[in-house]
Design a protein around this ligand. Structure first.
Ligand code: NAI
Length: 332
């Protein structure tokens, strides 16, 4: 039986994890879940938000499904997510965005993939207070990480029949750092003549994404722009409740939704498990469980297309449990 690390997270994390585990079980998927807690509660007992046992579990199992974990703003510990990506060198953050039948949004015909560099940029966490009224954050961009992510994007394009990649920067202002990122993207692009290569500034991209998102196929971005833009693209297809993501490295893959721990709806049976479920479906495909993955996919997408049993974020009034049971019913 395949062993997979499961990080239930906090906030709505445990609710949506329970839902997804139940659905996979009902679909006949045999997984030996290696449950690993992380986050603020763990820090109180183990002194760190990301104990070594979590890292070791993922290293051993090579694949993980991760629900969101809260990161306090402006103080306290560093993000579990950032630390995990760094420790395991999960350098590619992949966020595909495609319209889902039945989910109403003002935008149709969207089918794009965001590839975000996941290990450096402002997320290097190099910050200091210069004096009481001045703070400094350092943005690190290296040739090796930029080349690696550009190669990943072009290889992904070839493998998945994608035709066009836009490299996204603010190289008109950050001439050295974003300039280097762009230089690496151009060099890699020259080895992939089959894929059209374009460049766009991040501010213009944001405007174009809300005016004519259909023109984009793949976006290649440094870490911070990638983080922000992928929330925007999630909004284009119906919001965070349905936006999937994956963090990929050479040794391991961690599948996790784009959304956070949603403390505002924690414990209210309102959370939409769809994003985590789509991540689980991708995880199943990744470990070779294609048939079961498709079975769950059919059940999920038929419910969404019908639009009768939907969670609040999608305009419905079903709770997490009702939505979960409806999917399970359709698996039979
Ligand atoms: P958030 O994504 O948790 O919530 C934003 C809004 O979307 C809220 O109104 C929330 O109720 C709603 N929402 C999010 N997911 C939903 C779902 N599955 N179903 C229904 N509604 C949903 O973003 P926010 O509030 O900025 O972050 C909360 C915490 O999550 C922060 O501590 C943040 O650092 C953390 N976070 C963790 C991530 C991770 O673990 N990968 C990613 C993003 C944020």
């Amino acid at each position: 039986m395949k062993r997979v690390t499961l990080i239930p997270g906090d906030g709505i994390g445990p609710e949506i994890s329970d839902s997804v585990v139940m659905i996979l079980e009902a679909a006949g998927v045999k997984i030996d879940w290696d449950i690993q807690t992380a986050g603020a509660d763990v820090a109180q007992t183990e002194g760190t938000v990301l104990p070594q046992r979590v890292i070791e579990s993922i290293r051993q199992n090579k694949v993980a499904l991760k629900a969101p974990v809260t990161t306090p703003i402006g103080k306290g510990f560093r993000s579990v997510n950032v630390a995990l990506r760094k420790e395991l060198d999960l350098y590619a953050n992949l966020r595909p965005c495609k319209n889902i039948d039945g989910i109403k949004t003002p935008f149709q015909g969207i089918d794009l993939v965001v590839v975000r560099e996941n290990t450096e940029d402002l997320y290097a966490g190099i910050e200091r207070k210069i004096d009481e009224d001045t703070a400094e954050s350092i943005k690190i961009i290296t040739r090796s990480a930029s080349t690696r992510i550009a190669k990943y994007a072009f290889e992904y394009a070839l493998k998945h029949g994608r035709k066009k990649i836009h490299a996204v920067t603010k190289a008109n202002i950050c001439k050295l750092s974003d300039g280097l990122f762009l230089d690496c993207a151009r060099t890699v692009a020259a080895d992939y003549p089959q894929v059209e290569y374009k460049e766009i500034l991040v501010d213009n991209l944001c405007m174009q994404l809300v005016q004519k998102p259909q023109q984009f196929d793949m976006l290649l971005l440094p870490n911070l722009y990638g983080d922000i833009v992928s929330d925007l693209t999630a909004g284009l297809i119906g919001g965070l409740g349905v936006a999937q993501g994956a963090n990929i490295g050479d040794c391991c893959a961690v599948f996790e939704p784009v959304h956070g721990s949603a403390p505002d709806i924690k414990g209210q049976n309102k959370a939409n498990p769809t994003a985590l479920l789509i991540c689980a479906i991708n995880m199943l495909k990744h470990i070779g469980e294609e048939e079961k993955a498709q079975k769950i996919e059919r059940a999920l997408y038929s419910i969404l297309a019908e639009g009768k049993v939907l969670t609040c974020d999608l305009g419905g009034n079903a709770g997490t449990t009702e939505f979960t049971h409806e999917i399970i019913k359709r698996l039979r």
